[in-house]
Ligand binder design. Structure first.
Ligand code: UD1
Length: 417
């Protein structure tokens, strides 16, 4: 198992490009199933979660190959309508294949998805919506059996929470359903817009993506297309946190400022300077960070739950008290226990974490337990005096492409062994 060794307190500098978005690539890969055609996807990051999605496509009989950051997926052949438990467990996004397979074949058999442990992650919103669209769904010992005997039909769906995954599953299924589907209280994340852009290029008819009410008019068929994935806003936020904790100045390329609208104020209040021009961010951080206003994670356009852990790493060194309230997931403070080993002062109870900024962090041996928590440990270790060790890169590699190489390019002393 690969580990990370990080010698902290090195200043970062230079320029890197922000990778393509994992959370955009995954649903788009699932959506290719609808097209029965070749799709060329550019700017796809090299990640274990993406590899897992490609394995699912190949299991289903599709062709999928990678050349650098370009994926070519041909879904003309689809020899199966089921995904085995082992592949479903590899990541949470495997559930998005449900809407795609069901819309294409009228049936689907798969299992409850895996993914990071962030508290209970039910899929009731996905299932309720597909039932409303005409699917009969039975569950038995973790197996989910779906049949839409007369095909899927458009429906009016009101989500009780703007779930990203449920919105994606419904959008994909609705593209080939008979009639119009409306989703109220839909997720508004940039990744939803990217999926809608892709589907519309394929001949789909999706209106208002990025707004609270989505309208999808079903079409007879979709065709393949070429599409470039948006940059990953969470990776951008993580790199900004890394520069902030090390008092550094860095340049990030491939930035979409609107996607960072809820994140940037925290950095600015902490005393960082951010200038963005034509997709290039010039980021610089003061010698000592200041505590910032409370961070309350909420669905987009609010502060993203995925950026909570890396930004908390920054708060551990910011002078004063910063309060975090995690409203999206129940259990997303696993990194806190590891921060304490570095000398941070954080108290977490339930959904609230109170961070008293300290002057210095000190190296330690750390255990990664989930994807964004792993990234936060890397950020904290970059600021800690001495050599820290992170026990595994397996979570990090789900979402950060060659993060050790990216940080080394910026001057960090980080080694994967
Ligand atoms: C996606 C992102 C993940 C991010 C999350 C929230 C991908 C691949 N993953 O995950 O990185 O942290 O959005 O921004 O895009 N819920 C239900 N019932 C459901 C579905 C969700 O109760 O049927 C709850 C979840 O338990 C959670 C909340 O809704 O508390 C948000 O989940 P959701 O938006 O669905 O997240 P994911 O799509 O799994």
């Amino acid at each position: 198992m690969a580990r990370l060794l990080i010698e902290g307190c090195k200043k970062l500098g230079g320029e890197v490009r922000v990778q393509g978005s994992k959370n955009s690539t995954l649903p788009i890969l699932a959506a290719t199933v609808l097209t029965k055609d070749e799709n060329v996807l550019h700017n796809c990051p090299c990640l274990t979660d993406i590899d897992a999605a490609l394995r699912i496509l190949r299991y289903l009989g599709c062709k999928a190959s990678r050349s650098g950051h370009t994926l070519v997926v041909n879904t003309k052949e689809l020899t199966g309508d089921s995904i085995p438990d082992s592949l479903m467990r590899e990541m949470r996004s495997s559930i998005i294949f449900l809407g795609a397979i069901l819309a294409r074949t009228g049936r689907a058999r798969l299992y409850f998805p895996g993914g990071c442990e962030l508290g209970p992650r039910p899929i009731d919103l996905h299932m309720d919506a597909l039932r409303k669209m005409g699917a009969e769904i039975t569950e038995c010992h973790g197996e989910i059996n779906c049949v839409a005997r007369k095909g899927l039909r458009g429906a009016a769906i009101a989500l009780s929470f703007p779930s990203v995954g449920a919105t994606e599953n419904i959008m994909i299924a609705a593209c080939l359903a008979k009639g119009t589907t409306t989703i109220t209280n839909a997720a508004r994340e940039p990744e939803i817009e990217d999926l809608a852009d892709y589907l519309n290029k394929c001949g789909g008819c999706i209106h208002n993506a990025g707004e609270g009410t989505l309208v999808i008019e079903g079409v007879e068929s979709l065709h393949g297309t070429s599409h470039s994935i948006i940059p990953d806003r969470i990776v951008a936020a993580t790199l900004m946190s890394a520069a902030a904790v090390t008092g550094s100045q860095i340049v990030l390329r491939d930035i979409i400022p609107a996607h960072l609208g809820a994140i940037m104020p925290a950095f600015e209040e902490a005393g960082c300077n951010i200038n963005i021009k034509e997709g290039v961010m010039d980021f610089s951080s003061p010698q000592r960070l200041k505590a910032f206003r409370n961070v309350r994670t909420t669905p987009y356009p609010g502060f993203p739950t995925d950026a909570q852990a890396p930004v908390m790493a920054m708060a551990t060194l910011a002078k004063g008290t910063t309060v975090f309230v995690e409203t999206v997931f129940e259990s997303r403070y696993k990194h806190v226990g590891e921060f304490l080993r570095l000398g941070a002062q954080v108290k977490a109870e339930g959904r609230v974490a109170v961070v008293e900024g300290v002057q210095n962090l000190y190296s330690s041996s750390l255990q990664a337990q989930d994807l964004r928590g792993s990234a936060a440990l890397v950020v904290a270790a970059l600021a800690a005096q001495g050599k820290s060790e992170i026990n595994t890169t397996k979570y990090l590699e789900r979402g950060y492409e060659d993060f050790d190489v990216v940080l080394s390019t910026l001057g960090a002393e980080i080694k994967k062994i």
